[in-house]
Write a protein that binds this ligand. Structure first.
Ligand code: SF4
Ligand code: SF4
Length: 362
């Protein structure tokens, strides 16, 4: 499937919420309600963000209470929800189990009697109208779903500034292939176009954004949680991300995926907000990643580069993920060969101990 011209006017609903009083019905009612998107008997993928095995309180993964509320709404109309993602690192059953367990999804699936995806197969997909990624492997659990609801989280991203609705479908690319694409598309513009190509393979039917507790600073895994108290919904990933930028006071052209989406004419011509508007929930002082200034100024000789710290346990996850084989473990510490490093920050993202800092080096 390729992008079609977005509708002239796109709706984004914004609701104030905590994790204890999520009201999916009220959130979706102005955009047609759950029945507008999901029919009885359909298998509905709840595509969560399971970047790494991490507890919900750290704000690295989509909060299970949002998944729970959506799953109940889907069950309520007689459809069949299941939960899935391909986290960073190797796409293995063991890693999936760990990610599901730590993020609270095992308990949730048991409570509701719903399925956690363990199908790890993938299929080669041709994307004829892609700008960068003409073909890719794509996870079968995504391709085989009747409907897809993506459930991203408002988070910063040290490489792409923000990781939102237009990036979450990158989880449909299996395991370590994601790291490989960092090496193939090592310029941010190319990487952003690649992400839009991936998104075009299977456009989500609905997006529900977890903005109740987001992440600011050096995300997507090493930042700090920030209480935003918001839940958003739309059927357009780009409109969703524009709405998030608006409420956080971020210039959207600073975000590589949105800038490339604008060039590719994927922005809606108008966004309407039938519930709250971004202005009424505007968040001041949201902290972007420390790399943002350098990225937007285009200072090529002043890279923020990954610097392992004493927190390193020599677990080797960064060694495995690095697309340039630039990391070795020496004397129980990760050591980076900066002559090979392309500053993709995969190691920073994947490190379970927040042991990699980003430091400016000439
Ligand atoms: S830097 Fe982090 S991911 Fe790399 S070996 Fe050390 S603890 Fe593991
Ligand atoms: S060392 Fe880290 S930032 Fe550099 S190429 Fe490897 S994964 Fe990317």
């Amino acid at each position: 499937m390729v992008f079609t011209t977005p509708p002239k006017t796109t709706l984004v609903t914004i609701q104030k919420s905590t994790y204890n009083d999520i009201n999916i019905h009220a959130l979706l009612q102005p955009i047609g309600g759950m029945k507008h998107y999901i029919q009885k008997g359909e298998r509905v993928l709840l595509k969560t963000n399971l970047l790494i095995p991490s507890e919900p309180k750290k704000a690295v993964v989509t909060h299970p209470m949002v998944i729970k509320a959506l799953a109940k709404a889907i069950l309520g109309i007689g459809a069949v929800p299941f939960i899935g993602d391909s986290p960073m690192g190797p796409f293995t059953k063991r890693r999936l189990e760990k990610a599901y367990q730590k993020s609270g999804l095992v308990a949730l699936a048991k409570e509701l009697g719903i399925e956690l995806n363990y199908e790890m197969g993938s299929t080669k997909i041709i994307i004829p109208q892609a700008k960068r990624l003409k073909k890719t492997m794509f996870c079968n659990f995504v391709l085989n779903a009747d409907k897809i609801i993506t459930v991203p989280k408002i988070k910063t991203h040290s490489y792409m500034i923000m990781t939102l609705a237009s990036k979450i479908m990158y989880g449909a690319v299996p395991g370590l292939t994601k790291a490989k694409y960092h090496s193939l598309f090592f310029k941010r513009t190319a990487f952003a176009d690649m992400l839009l190509d991936v998104l075009s393979v299977r456009k989500p039917d609905l997006i529900v954004m977890d903005g109740i507790v987001g992440m600011q600073g050096d995300g997507p895994s090493g930042g700090t949680p920030v209480d935003l108290g918001l839940l958003l919904a739309s059927d357009d990933s780009i409109a969703m991300d524009l709405a998030v930028c608006d409420l956080l006071g971020i210039e959207p052209m600073k975000i590589p995926t949105l800038r490339q989406a604008k060039i590719r004419r994927l922005w809606p011509t108008e966004i309407q907000y039938p519930l709250l508007s971004p202005q009424t929930v505007h968040t001041k002082d949201f902290r972007l990643p420390s790399s943002t200034g350098l990225i937007t100024l285009g200072l090529k000789n002043h890279h923020q580069l990954p610097t392992p710290t004493k927190k390193c346990t020599a677990c080797g996850e960064c060694v495995e993920i690095c697309p340039k084989q630039a990391i070795q473990i020496r004397e129980s510490l990760a050591v980076v060969d900066y002559s090979k490093c392309i500053a993709c920050y995969c190691c920073h993202e994947v490190c379970p101990y927040e042991a990699i800092q980003l430091e400016t080096r000439r």
